[in-house]
Design a protein around this ligand. Structure first.
Ligand code: S3P
Length: 167
C-alpha cells in the first residue's frame, strides 16, 4: 500500500506523513527532500538556477521511483498532482489523500514558512492570501480527484488509517 498525501503548500503533508509512517511502520518519502538530496541543491536554488520546468521533471522522476517500494507514506509537493500525468499515476498506484484546508488557515501557516518556498517568495498579508485563493481554485481541480478528502486543520494519523484501511 502506498499512501500519497496531497494538498496545497503548508497544509501539513510532511508532518502528518512522518507521524503516519511511524505509526504504520512504513518508510516515509518526502518528494521535496528527495529532489534536494538527489540534486544536492535546495528547492529555491533549483528554481533560480534551473527553472521551475526542470524542478517539475525532477519531481516527476522521484514520484515515479516510489513504484520501487510496495509500502510507503509519501508526502508530495503542493504542485505535484497538477503537472504531467502525476495525479493519474498516484491514483493508479496507491491511495491518495487530500488534506483540504481553507485559504485563511493556509495563509496563516505560510506567513512564517516562506523561505523554502520559491512560489510565494516574499508575499505576505493580503497579497499572500489572494495568491492562495486563486492558486487553490486552479489546483483543486486535481486535488479533489483524490480517493479520500480530509479536513487538514486538525487531522491525526488515526483518521487517515481508518479512512484508508477501513478501521
Ligand atoms: C510547490 C510546493 C512545494 C515545493 C515547491 C513547489 C508548489 O512543496 O514542491 O516549492 O508548486 O506548490 P510543499 O507543498 O511541501 O511546500
Amino acid at each position: 500500500m502506498r499512501i500519497y498525501l496531497i494538498g496545497f503548500m503548508g497544509c501539513g503533508k510532511s508532518s502528518l506523513g512522518r507521524r503516519l509512517a511511524r505509526r504504520l511502520e512504513y518508510p516515509f518519502i518526502d518528494i521535496d527532500n528527495e529532489v534536494e538530496r538527489l540534486s544536492g541543491s535546495t528547492i529555491p536554488e533549483i528554481f533560480s538556477s534551473k527553472g521551475e520546468e526542470e524542478f517539475r521533471e525532477m519531481e516527476k522522476g522521484v514520484l515515479q521511483s516510489t513504484l520501487d517500494i510496495q509500502k510507503a507514506v509519501i508526502a508530495t509537493g503542493g504542485g505535484t498532482p497538477c503537472y504531467s500525468d502525476n495525479m493519474d499515476f498516484m491514483l493508479g498506484n496507491g491511495i491518495t489523500v487530500y488534506l483540504k484546508m481553507s485559504p485563511a488557515s493556509l495563509s496563516h501557516r505560510l506567513e512564517y514558512a516562506r523561505r523554502k518556498r520559491p512560489l510565494i517568495g516574499n508575499m505576505k498579508g493580503e497579497r499572500l492570501l489572494s495568491f492562495i485563493e486563486s492558486k487553490l481554485i486552479e489546483r483543486e481541480e486535481y486535488y479533489i480527484r483524490s480517493h479520500c478528502i480530509i479536513k487538514g486543520e486538525s487531522v491525526r494519523p488515526g483518521q487517515v488509517i481508518s479512512l484508508v484501511f477501513g478501521y
